[in-house]
Design a binder for this molecule. Sequence first.
Ligand SMILES: Nc1ncnc2c1ncn2[C@@H]1O[C@H](COP(=O)(O)OP(=O)(O)OP(=O)(O)O)[C@@H](O)[C@H]1O
Length: 275
Amino acid sequence: MGTFMIVEASLLGMNALRQPFSYYTNRNIRFNFKKIESLRISCDHSCFEVRNLSYRPPGTQLYLLNEVSLSLTKRSFGLIFGRSGSGKTTLLQLIAGLNQPTSGCTVVQRYGDDGLPNQLAESLLPEKVGIVFQFPERYFLADTVLEEVAFGWPKQRGGLQLKEHFAANLRRALKWVGLEGIPFDKDPHSLSGGYKRRLALAIQLVRVPELLILDEPLAGLDWKARADVAKLLKHLKRELTLLVVSHDLKELAFLVDQSWRMEVGGILKEEPIPL
Ligand SMILES: Nc1ncnc2c1ncn2[C@@H]1O[C@H](COP(=O)(O)OP(=O)(O)OP(=O)(O)O)[C@@H](O)[C@H]1O
């Protein structure tokens, strides 16, 4: 109840509608879904499927991704590893809808118990995907934890119902990342490295994404914070599907259900983690 009241007061009191970069990109850039062929990330009997994704930056002749496909079961943890510059981040951005593929697509496909598709695939909408960039704390803009988490929520539109919905999601997101005890008026920049990462996760979790994408979630953290964040990801895996790019293979190995190597030239191959 206390959380809800603080959120309410804050939302009603905010004049400016300040949004993070990811909010605008998520809203304004949409996949151009075309023919569906073979990448899938599953949920119960539903699957997220990305199929034969290729990407050539506009105005260039170079393909950064070549016919990339992968499949990940719901509430599991997928890890993509590979050399720097091979195209991992480019792939994550396409799946999150922050860029448009040159060809291929990402969809949700439902399957029956017999393993066969039981209806037509649906486009995976960008609003169903959360993405936490590398070093997300560098993009914190607000003066308080609450304002940082509230970025991206339509404060000028919607009535009490929307605000109640937001407050409930906020409570759940903060609980999921272990930040429920933190003062909402705390400056996000004053948090420890590990807690900043937790906050970055909470910002995405408020929207309750079906798929959460993380780019190098342990990068730049000390050993304790790395262990804490890895443990947190294990907890989150019970709630949603995680697709992670990382070089920290040993520290994340205990979480990984499926893994892929991205080879130079943007070619993705399913492969066990090389430990
Ligand atoms: N718009 C663009 N135009 C041309 N080349 C680009 C563009 N965007 C990215 N690249 C290049 O594409 C390649 C893949 O970049 P990307 O960031 O996806 O690699 P990565 O595997 O995530 O690397 P790292 O592990 O270092 O983060 C790089 O060589 C990068 O310089």
